[in-house]
Design a binder for this molecule. Structure first.
Ligand code: NAD
Ligand code: ZN
Length: 353
């Protein structure tokens, strides 16, 4: 697993992680090292991490409450204040040790405190390893609106050690794996097949599947940092997925879904659209459907629910003139952006659930 060197930041894996971290600390000689954690990563990840960090610098831990509800400006105000009180200066180093909430929020903090200090991402959830900590998007939510406030700015390095995954629940691991399957669908058929056959979170080969996923996400994100073209492909399954996610969040009678679970349903529906609009083969579609069924999510929505979700999608800022735009697949590993679908077909696709 060779390190990835982009123009602006590097990504290191497994045994390289602590060598690179300690080498950076030795060169920077930070005045203070701040480690941002939530209560779960404090309990499960911090002890392991800190035992491997070699430094004589002062270390301060800042802990926030876990969960998406705390990915807010209010939390930022608390962290900014703590940093200032603890003497943060421009030669401090911020290490974001946690899932996507910590890396998104911590990246924003690192980019803004004192007009920006060096920061490093150490993702500890599968979703953060293969998605949130790669590509330089940082930010927080504004009320119910996700990721409305933020900056694009890369860390010094992202450090990926799958050892952290041992304490994640199976449901959270599956949640992260959905983005890995998505990477295969949009960019690499062989990887999709490999994931389908070999995904086993406890095996030593799992680190390689994570590595390949990072390569795909990094390649797409670095070729299109501002999301004008190729990066839209990363939204595969997400147009429908976001609508399902928002709908379920707003309706107590619906199941509480994790992001990846909603996206998995989105992937199935958008694959049906791909088959009808972009020439995705029936065989490929059946293959994707078999994967979805294997996830055992058992989602289904009433006609009224589908109508509400269609309205939500029409108002999405990415759409033009009320037409819903999708990223679709021409075949597994090959995507097409800005495809529109008729409302009738989207309704039919929902029935596939
Ligand atoms: N910036 C991007 O490009 C990007 C991409 C995808 C997702 N995201 C963001 O990522 C966030 C979701 O990430 P997430 O699923 O990691 O959420 P999260 O950070 O809330 O982590 C999920 C849960 O797992 C816990 N956890 C993390 N690591 C653990 C470990 N090793 N052992 C035990 N528990 C652990 C956390 O405390 C939390 O309770 C969302 O806010 C989303 O918007 C950002
Ligand atoms: Zn996603």
């Amino acid at each position: 697993m060779t390190s990835i060197f982009n123009d602006d930041y590097s990504i290191h894996f497994q045994e390289q992680v602590y060598t690179e971290l300690n080498a950076h600390v030795a060169i920077q000689q930070p005045s203070t090292i701040f480690v941002l954690v939530d209560e779960n990563t404090m309990a499960h990840c911090y002890p392991y991490f800190i035992a491997r960090l070699e430094t004589t610098a002062r270390i301060e831990v800042i802990e926030i409450d876990a969960g998406e509800t705390y990915k807010t400006i209010d939390t930022c105000v608390g962290v900014w204040s703590a940093l200032v009180e603890l003497g943060c200066d421009r030669n401090s180093l911020l290490i974001n040790l946690g899932g996507g909430v910590i890396t998104d929020l911590g990246g924003f903090i690192g980019s803004t405190i004192k007009r920006g200090i060096p920061f490093i991402h150490v993702p500890t959830s599968l979703l953060a390893m293969v998605d949130a900590a790669i590509g330089g998007k940082n930010g927080v939510d504004l009320g119910n609106l996700k990721n409305q406030i933020g900056v694009i700015n890369t860390p010094i390095m992202t450090l990926i050690d799958v050892t952290f995954l041992k304490t994640m629940s199976h449901r959270e691991l599956v949640n992260g794996s959905i983005e890995m399957f998505k990477h295969g669908l949009i960019a690499d058929r062989a990887y999709w097949e490999d994931m389908k056959e070999n995904v086993d979170y406890t095996s030593t080969t799992f680190a390689h599947l994570v590595y390949q996923s990072v390569l795909i996400k990094n390649e797409i994100a670095s070729s299109d940092p501002l999301e004008n073209g190729a990066r839209k492909a990363l939204n595969y399954g997400h147009t429908i997925g976001h609508a399902i996610e928002s709908y379920c969040m707003a309706h107590d009678e619906e199941p509480e879904l994790l992001h990846g679970e909603a996206v998995a349903a989105g992937i199935l529906i958008e694959s049906f659209l791909s088959m009808h609009i972009c020439g995705l083969s029936q065989e490929a579609y059946d293959n994707i459907k078999a994967w979805y069924v294997g996830l055992d999510l058992n989602l289904s929505f009433s006609l009224d629910a589908i109508t509400t979700m269609l309205e939500l999608m029409k108002h999405d800022k990415k759409n033009v003139n009320g037409e819903i735009r999708f990223v679709l697949l021409e075949r597994i590993g090959q995507f097409k952006v800005d495809v529109t679908a008729s409302e009738a077909l989207v309704r039919r696709a929902f029935e596939e659930l």
